[in-house]
Design a protein around this ligand. Structure first.
Ligand SMILES: NC(=O)c1ccc[n+]([C@@H]2O[C@H](COP(=O)([O-])OP(=O)(O)OC[C@H]3O[C@@H](n4cnc5c(N)ncnc54)[C@H](O)[C@@H]3O)[C@@H](O)[C@H]2O)c1
Ligand SMILES: [Zn+2]
Ligand SMILES: [Zn+2]
Length: 362
């Protein structure tokens, strides 16, 4: 029997989000219906609402969730009814050229549910990142469910489903930060702050937080930054060099994703260092750099998609780090809200006053 549940949609470009009833079908083969417990409000949801991602309205927003499996379809073996899961947007196929090379974190054919969720009048919904979990229930592919321990705060660990994983993974997976290295992170919102926490977890000993907002720099210190630089007041490149013996950092992570922050990252790293771009640029942005500097400074310039994570490997490991007290996911939960407060949460995100607002649904 299909379920009628409450959910938050973006009906048209730029319109305020709406709390409506949606219809969630029973799961088909390889699909799972979950009861959503919590869902973080991510910058990507705002991008959907503003039309920055596509034009497939209405979007069913939300994608950073902890949930409980409530129904499984045929051929589902990785989870059972009652399992606590974190939803992911990287259900790997095992068969594409990346998976076959043993690099499933780059899978080019990730799975989503094939059936559609709809409005009551039958209009098909486009779930954000193939999840759509600002909802009491949602329908996903089985591989989008990663089973995790039940004895951890759902609101905190659910954030591993997107932005916090992207930040931690940019540091640990893409940046391959090693013990004793120096790291600078430009932009300390949810993603950058998570990169700072990831750098600390990886054993970096100099961790420099760079932002234009003093409140974000204070928060970054709580999460492990050893130094802070307000780049609205001082030159970020010179400041990072000064804090690293005049050389620059081994790894610089750009968690803003603008040409000017990327250039800062490029020049603030040591010779043969690594730059990681995890902030997402917009289509009109262009980068100009002397090619001789690209060659002469050596090292590597990498982008980080979803922190190069493999949910089945990384989510349970990071939940364990949280439970061991080595990863402070609670610090990312600025406020707990209800489904009808998402529009306000977007405003707070825009004002820069939150790392994450988390909707508590069940
Ligand atoms: N690569 C991925 O898979 C992935 C996943 C999730 C989010 N993201 C992207 O990561 C980026 C950051 O997301 P977020 O949720 O942390 O956003 P956010 O808005 O919470 O944080 C952005 C931070 O950057 C700071 N900032 C802005 N301009 C700056 C500048 N010129 N110099 C220094 N700091 C500056 C802001 O003060 C703020 O603290 C976004 O582009 C988002 O789309 C990427
Ligand atoms: Zn694949
Ligand atoms: Zn997200």
């Amino acid at each position: 029997m299909p379920h009628k549940v409450k959910a938050v949609i973006a009906r048209a470009k730029n319109a305020d989000v709406e709390l409506v009833d949606i219809i969630v079908p029973d799961p088909g083969p390889g699909e799972v219906v979950v009861d959503v417990l919590t869902c973080g409000v991510c910058h990507t949801d705002l991008h959907y609402k503003l039309g920055g991602i596509g034009d497939d309205y209405p979007y069913l927003l939300g994608h950073e969730s902890t949930a409980v499996v409530s129904q499984i379809g045929e051929n589902v073996t990785n989870v059972k009814v009652g399992d606590r899961v974190i939803l992911n947007w990287r259900a790997v196929c095992g068969q594409c050229r990346a998976c076959e090379k043993g690099q499933p974190q780059y899978c080019f054919n990730t799975a989503n549910a094939t059936q559609k969720m709809t409005l009551e009048d039958g209009t098909e919904l486009s779930p954000a990142l193939g999840i759509g979990s600002f909802a009491e229930k949602t329908l996903v592919a089985a591989g989008q469910c990663t089973k995790v321990d039940e004895d951890a705060d759902a609101a905190a660990v659910g954030l591993l489903g997107c932005g916090i994983m992207a930040g931690i993974g940019a540091a640990m997976n893409t940046g391959e930060i090693k013990r004793g290295e120096s790291v600078a992170v430009i932009g300390c919102g949810g993603v950058g702050a998570a990169s700072i926490a990831g750098a600390q977890l990886a054993g970096a000993t100099t961790i420099i937080a760079v932002d234009v907002n003093p409140a974000k720099l204070e928060k970054a210190k709580e999460l492990g930054a050893t130094h802070t630089v307000n780049s609205a007041e001082v030159d970020a490149v010179a400041a990072i060099q000064e804090l690293t013996g005049g050389f620059g950092a081994d790894v610089v992570i750009d968690a803003v994703g603008r040409p000017e922050t990327y250039k800062q990252a490029f020049y603030a790293r040591d010779l043969a260092g690594r730059v990681v771009l995890v902030g997402v640029p917009t289509p009109e942005m262009k980068l100009e750099l002397p090619l001789l500097d690209v060659f002469g400074r050596g090292g590597s310039l990498k982008s980080s998609w979803y922190g190069d994570c493999l949910p089945s490997r990384d989510f349970p490991m990071l939940v364990s780090q949280y439970k061991l007290g080595r990863l402070d996911l609670d610090a990312f939960v600025t406020e707990r809200i209800k489904l009808d407060q998402i529009e306000e949460a977007f405003h707070k995100m825009h004002e820069g006053t939150v790392l994450r607002s988390v909707v508590e649904i069940a």
